[in-house]
Write a new protein. Structure first.
Length: 448
């Protein structure tokens, strides 16, 4: 029996470990971010943009190689045109007069042409470089989408924790008021307190219950927001790990600024736009140069769709080196170059503006983080003091040396102190997430 019990215990342990019934369904922040990234339509859209830019790059590279084209045509002339072109000839050896025409009623023509660019004023090389920059830009845009999504997931995650804590505070307030109401009811039944004191407690109790209903609804809304980001059903159950804690941040504002300048994808993207615009200037200048192409052509022309006359040479080969130079367009090329240079200046101004905006964003997030840190310390002390104040007034009320108003005021102060503490705690975590995003390092901070 002892061996059987041991065997059954081991079997139960193995089943419990592998069964989804016993598996933990509590989501961590890292798991939530991973699910959101795997399912995000914005991320998938950015990935498709990368693919599109990569194909455009392959397309631009194909322009360096020969292009082959073919054509087949059929031409029919009216009989009058052919007849009017006839002339009399005396062919050897009979020298008998014969009317012939240089035109055929039916003409079938088949062409194969190969064109190899030899020189384009470096236009093909610049176009390839622009396409390559387009791929890099699309990758950076994906990085921006990812960082925005990570920030939204963190905000939703800590939003749930904040709402749950505030729901707990509201529930504690209801329980405390229930206990106080029982004492007040007993005092009223004994004739110790007046009716208005009991009514005051009942009104406060009704208000606390309304606050609890609102707090419960906020929890559901916060869960729905996270479900939306994870692309799950809005009403699907959500259980997350409680990580609402205070973690000190040692970074200085200058360090945050430097990290932002190095990591922000928006700066990288606009910097690439500046480079692309400079390439655009070079591409516009390429029109100043002539273009040279090597063209090979094979032509077959017959007056019959199936065969040609015996001895007739219907095949024709040509090899052409063609140079083309448009040297006068009433200033068009000059204006194109000037427009391209204006775009370079535009993106340089935009780059400086984005850097200024990012510095302001970093400073705002940093100061908000420090503000939340200070609020946590103040709110923690206030909670301890409010708890002691409520306990003392409750004891004094039981001894009838304090009024019901004193207890209700103390309970209100305690609820407010607890609310302030959890708000400061959640705001600190959200502020850190915002600062990470402002520095362009939110996703890496999760160990990805």
């Amino acid at each position: 029996m002892k061996k059987i019990s041991i065997f059954l215990g081991i079997l139960f342990f193995l089943i419990a470990g592998s069964s989804p019934i016993f598996a933990s369904d509590v989501l961590t922040l890292k798991e939530s971010i991973k699910i959101a990234l795997d399912r995000s339509l914005s991320v998938k859209s950015a990935e498709e943009e990368i693919k599109a830019r990569a194909f455009e790059e392959h397309s631009s590279k194909a322009d360096f190689y020969p292009k082959l084209s073919t054509s087949y045509s059929y031409t029919r002339l009216d009989y009058g045109t052919v007849s009017d072109a006839k002339y009399t000839t005396y062919p050897y050896p009979s020298f008998s007069p014969r009317e012939v025409s240089p035109l055929d009623t039916n003409t079938y023509e088949f062409n194969i042409t190969a064109t190899q660019p030899l020189f384009t004023g470096w236009a093909l090389t610049i176009s390839r470089d622009l396409a390559s920059l387009g791929v890099d830009t699309a990758k950076i845009q994906k990085e921006t989408v990812i960082q925005d999504l990570v920030l939204n997931v963190k905000g939703a995650y800590f939003g749930i924790l904040q709402a749950q804590k505030l729901e707990k505070v509201a529930r504690q307030a209801v329980e405390q008021l229930k206990a106080h109401l029982r004492v007040s009811q007993a005092f009223y039944d004994e004739g110790i307190i007046a009716k208005n004191e009991l009514l005051q407690t009942e009104v406060q109790m009704a208000q606390a219950r309304q606050d609890l209903i609102r707090a419960t609804n906020r929890v559901e809304i916060a869960r729905s927001l996270l479900n939306k980001l994870l692309r799950r059903g809005l009403n699907e159950k959500v259980r997350i790990k409680d990580i609402l804690e205070y973690h000190p941040v040692e970074l200085t504002l200058d360090q945050c600024m430097k990290k932002a300048e190095l990591n922000r994808p928006e700066i990288k993207e606009v910097s690439l736009n500046v480079t692309s615009a400079e390439k655009g200037v070079e591409l516009s200048k390429s029109s100043y140069y002539p273009s040279v192409n090597l063209i090979g052509n094979y032509q077959r022309e017959t007056d019959d769709i199936l065969q040609s006359d015996p001895g007739e040479d219907v095949d024709n080969w040509t090899m052409i080196i063609k140079g083309e130079w448009t040297f006068w367009e009433w200033g068009k090329k000059r204006h194109d170059v000037a427009a391209a240079r204006a775009k370079v200046a535009k993106y340089k101004y935009l780059l400086n503006e984005i850097k200024d905006n990012i510095q302001l964003e970093v400073k705002d997030a940093y100061l908000y983080l420090r503000e939340a840190e200070k609020n946590i310390q103040v709110a923690r002390k206030a909670v301890v003091q409010a708890e002691e104040n409520f306990r003392m007034n409750e004891e004094r009320y039981k001894q009838q040396v304090a009024t019901s108003t004193d207890v209700l005021d103390a309970q209100t102060l305690l609820t407010q102190a607890r609310t302030n503490y959890f708000n400061a705690l959640s705001e600190h975590n959200i502020a850190w997430a915002r600062l990470e995003r402002a520095m362009g390092m939110g996703y890496e901070a999760e160990g990805q």
